[in-house]
Design a protein around this ligand. Structure first.
Ligand code: NAP
Length: 474
């Protein structure tokens, strides 16, 4: 079994103990990765701080050239790294290839953005003064990424941080550290100066505490659960450490009667079942206007039944394995709870037979608003659907949540589109679009879905300080 190394101050480091990585589609342990303790993480931050002093001095173009080289290497190793993602995460290979392609695109965008850390000149308020704004890199960044998009969500932090002139210590999720190790190899091949990017794996709570308490770590960028996000907020208070937080979601989908039904069904299927339902922007609650409710259910169920379930490495699979047994248990609980409350199972509803963490693509109709799957992230291929009558009611249902990451609406009415854009409490809104993510557009949530935005021009700004320089000039 191959043991993957960590990447510390320009060196690949093997150390004990190791973590075993399991393929959720087969239950097989297929690789290991080294871990380090908190003291060694402190050393990594120290080395990152030393590297920061030089990295920040490079021109944006020079940093961008390094990032382009990482992108080229990642693209060259695309097939192999996509396979690794599927093996450690369970997602279908085509979606892993898409994840690598999107990571390459993010790297290229931020490589260009590196040249655009613009300041500005502000007209003076009184005679004898001039005002300038400059942007400077915030310093060493502790990045913590989740398992559901193990490569691209790490890259969403690393690429803008490096572009801004920061150095990065990445802690990937324990279940999916291998593509991060492969990414470290791409960084090494791109010959970045030592300490500019480092990979650490170990106890999440210890690494988190070191990031929080070590003053050399100047910012934490986290993607994961709201629960851990709240823990980081509490810990960051002591040093007033800045945080970017991409947390949980509970996306509503509103389907109005004026819509092109096929388009709405296609979009809702994508929003629900992409990544086997394990996406932070996954459709969790689907509300359909009563006049088209039955038609929508029929078309949606037909498409859900046709989705091919299996090991993500097999051809044409669309629904892969869930990440682990806990994820399967949660899906079972959500379905059982909905049924107890009067929902109807129109297809699926059970763990799939055989080895591995598989759950059948499931459609639940008439799910009441107090159902678990209407209140908590399901993170599984379970679509919960219920009817509504009016636009006002739909908006109220959509906003009745502590989360505000993404929302979807399907309508052909222009006036309604604008009303929804303004009223829906979500940082990302897909109108007639089931995959509302673009490298050049901001991504992030409102309410308990987080703080700040990744991607877009906002993505690099998260790693820059804004300084006002007041110049006394006669
Ligand atoms: P999680 O349990 O919060 O884990 C995320 C990361 O945090 C992992 O690397 C984990 O490490 C680490 N972690 C756990 N405890 C920690 C601690 N005490 N201090 C510091 N780090 C700690 O979340 P998950 O279950 O992997 O991910 C699913 C969640 O992420 C969902 O809620 C999803 O909506 C959210 N998500 C949000 C976005 C977004 O952009 N808003 C994107 C994707 C996912 P270990 O793996 O080693 O425990």
């Amino acid at each position: 079994m191959k043991t993957y190394s960590l990447y510390l101050n320009g060196e690949f480091v093997s150390s004990e103990p190791t973590i075993v990585v399991v393929n959720p589609a087969t239950g097989e342990s297929f690789a290991r990765i080294s871990t380090i303790d908190r003291t060694r993480v402190g050393q990594a931050l120290k080395d990152a701080h030393a590297a920061f002093k030089e990295w920040r001095k490079l021109t944006g173009k020079a940093r961008g050239d390094f990032i382009q080289k990482i992108a080229a290497e990642l693209e060259r190793r695309r097939d192999e790294i996509a396979r690794l993602i599927t093996m450690e995460n369970g997602k279908p290979l085509a979606q892993s290839l898409g994840e690598v392609a999107m990571s390459v695109d993010h790297l290229r965008w931020f490589a260009e953005e590196a040249r655009r850390a613009y300041g500005r000149i502000i007209p003076n308020q009184v005679d004898g003064k001039r005002h300038m704004v400059i942007k400077t890199p915030i310093g060493v960044v502790g990045a913590i990424s989740p398992w559901n998009f193990p490569l691209v969500l790490a890259v969403r932090k690393i690429a803008p941080a490096l572009a801004a002139g920061c150095t990065v210590v990445l802690k990937p999720a324990r279940q999916t550290p291998l593509c991060a190790a492969a990414f470290a190899e791409c960084v090494d091949a791109a010959k970045l100066p030592k300490g500019v990017f480092q990979l650490v794996v170990g106890s999440a709570s210890e690494i988190g505490e070191e990031f929080l308490q070590n003053p050399l770590c100047r910012k934490i960028s986290f993607t994961g659960s709201t629960e851990v996000g709240k823990h980081l907020i509490r810990g960051a208070a002591e040093q007033v450490k800045p945080l970017s937080l991409e947390l949980g979601g509970l996306a509503p989908v509103l389907v109005f009667e004026d819509v092109d039904l096929n388009r709405a069904v296609e979009g809702a299927i994508l929003a629900k079942f992409r990544n086997t339902g394990q996406s932070c922007i996954a459709a969790n609650r689907i509300y359909v206007q009563r006049s088209i409710y039955q038609k929508f259910l029929d078309a949606f169920v037909a498409k859900a039944k046709a989705l091919k379930l299996g090991d993500g490495l097999e051809p044409n699979v669309e629904i892969g394995a869930l990440i682990d047994e806990d994820a399967v248990t949660k899906a079972v609980q959500h379905v059982e709870d909905a049924v107890k409350r009067g929902a109807r199972v129109l297809c699926g509803g059970q763990r799939a037979k055989g080895r591995g963490c598989f759950f059948e693509p499931t459609v639940l109709a008439d799910v009441p608003t107090d159902g678990l799957c209407m209140r908590e992230e399901t993170f599984a291929p379970v679509a919960a659907i219920c009817p509504f009558d009016t636009e006002a009611e739909a908006i109220e249902l959509a906003n009745a949540s502590d989360f505000g990451l993404s929302a979807y609406a399907f309508t052909n009415d222009l006036g309604r589109t604008f009303r929804l854009m303004e009223a829906l409490e979500a940082g990302i809104i897909g109108i007639n679009d089931g995959v509302p993510t673009a490298t050049q557009a901001p991504f992030g949530g409102m309410k308990q879905s987080g703080w700040g935005r990744e991607l877009g021009i906002e993505g690099m700004d998260a790693f820059l300080e804004t300084k006002h320089i007041s110049l006394g000039i006669a």
